[in-house]
Design a protein around this ligand. Sequence first.
Ligand code: DX5
Ligand code: ZN
Length: 214
Amino acid sequence: MIIAPSVLSADFGNLQRDIEMINNAEADWFHIDIMDGVFVPNISFGFPVLKQIKKHAKKTIDVHLMIVEPQRYIDEFCIQGADIISVHIEACTHLHRAIQQIKSLNIKAGVAINPHTPVSALQDIILDIDLVCMMSVNPGFGGQKFIQNTYKKVKELKQMIITSGSNALIEIDGGVDFDNAVLLKEAGADVLVAGNTVFSHPSPTEAIAKLKQI
Ligand code: DX5
Ligand code: ZN
């Protein structure tokens, strides 16, 4: 299981400390949530913060764009250090073009889907992508309650990936905790994003290790 702590839940007054914690823990990726206040009802952070994260981070930078017209900013996110960029299917009229744009930069391309978006919407893009970021909460905030319908969607997506011969990883984003992580693995998840479960734990390092053991 790939563990991707969400930097959104870090202490931004001690960002370098929290980045070093992730570097030294059993985490695999840094999950970076970019929110524009339009696609989602919240604003997180942008390029100057990502630049500082990149300066200290020693692991894969997984950027989740919760923004409208993401194609306008894909190149700059790559320049600022993204190793993976996911765009929302709901934010892209020309999704295939956006995915090709990401891949032309020689980084990995992902598609994020909201809880209400059916897995079948991925059918004609699944062979072109490296990752599906499946939202298990409505995007916009950390610390929300996991939506139970996600298990069914993960199983359906796993089936689509196997049948089509796609190499896409299944990433689960939102409300992941120690209990649902076990069921998510059984359903076919490859990557777990965790914000609150890691950063509200008395020992974030231990929380990461516990998720990693699953
Ligand atoms: C939600 C973000 C998530 C969030 C996860 O909009 O995409 O990545 O930070 O945080 P938790 O694990 O606290 O739900
Ligand atoms: Zn996210």
